[in-house]
Design a protein around this ligand. Structure first.
Ligand code: PEP
Length: 250
């Protein structure tokens, strides 16, 4: 999308101990080049590493974010993490509605929307994940699913600055499978039209990432598709070398 700063984001999921801070450090150093004026970079490590990771990135353009937040500001929610806590650790982004959370924790569009609102209230950028399952794609329902998820998971207060959409076909996550560039182009053009219809100029500037088995070998062709404004990367973000190779396609 013209005039949009692309975002290359890594989602470490439930991977990473203190030993993995080496990888964060290598990424922080690797992105400390003039290319960082043209592309934003983010790693979302597990919450245990959040605070140390942001300290490591103090002098680097690398941003650090979290993988989920609770929809309430604080309270009796054992094991949960609030958006304010993430901001307090100097995190700047939070992923909400990842398909693994929608499946493992039965998160609904309504809950995901509430989480995005909580992120906005804490001045975090919400990366809202959507995407169809294999069955939905096979039965030709992909665009209907994206329309419904965008309508229900993205809050009214979403702006180009506080919200990023991540399109992640569920069947492409961690499988090595990716949609064709034609299918990616169709989905992203559709999402763009939906966002512009609802949010006008803000919808034009909202970044729409592609996610699902992005690796160094396929990143260039996926990132070149119209309305693809960056990537959300799982497996290939765990190794600095692979992540930086994807990042460098910009
Ligand atoms: C993800 O889960 O956000 C993801 C895109 O995973 P992977 O790159 O491993 O398919």
């Amino acid at each position: 999308t013209p005039d949009v700063l692309p975002l290359v984001a890594g989602n470490w999921k439930m991977n990473g101990t203190r030993a993995s801070l080496d990888q964060i450090k290598a990424i922080a150093e690797g992105v400390d080049t003039p290319l960082s004026d043209k592309v934003e970079t983010l790693i979302c490590p597990p919450a245990t590493l959040l605070y140390v990771a942001t300290a490591l990135c103090d002098d680097s353009p690398l941003e650090i974010g979290a993988q989920d937040c609770h929809h309430k500001q604080f309270g009796a929610h054992t094991g949960d993490l609030s958006a304010d806590m993430i901001a307090d650790c100097f995190g700047t982004f939070v992923i909400v509605g990842h398909s693994e959370r929608r499946t493992d924790h039965a998160e609904t569009d309504e809950l995901v929307r509430a989480k995005a609102q909580a992120a906005h209230a804490a001045e975090l950028v919400a990366i809202i994940c959507i995407g169809e399952t294999a069955d939905e794609r096979k039965s030709g329902k992909t665009l209907d699913v994206l329309k419904r998820q965008l309508a229900a998971s993205v809050p009214d207060g979403a702006t180009a600055e506080n919200t990023v959409i991540a399109y992640e076909p569920v069947w492409a996550i961690g499988t090595g499978l990716t949609p064709t560039v034609e299918d990616v182009a169709e989905a992203h053009a559709f999402m763009r039209a939906e966002l512009v219809a609802r949010f006008r100029a803000e919808g034009r500037g909202m970044r729409i990432l592609y996610g699902g088995s992005v690796k160094p070998s396929n990143a260039a062709e996926l990132m070149a598709v119209a309305n693809v404004d960056g990537a959300l990367i799982g497996g290939a973000s765990l190794k600095a070398e692979d992540f930086l190779a994807i990042w460098a396609v910009y």
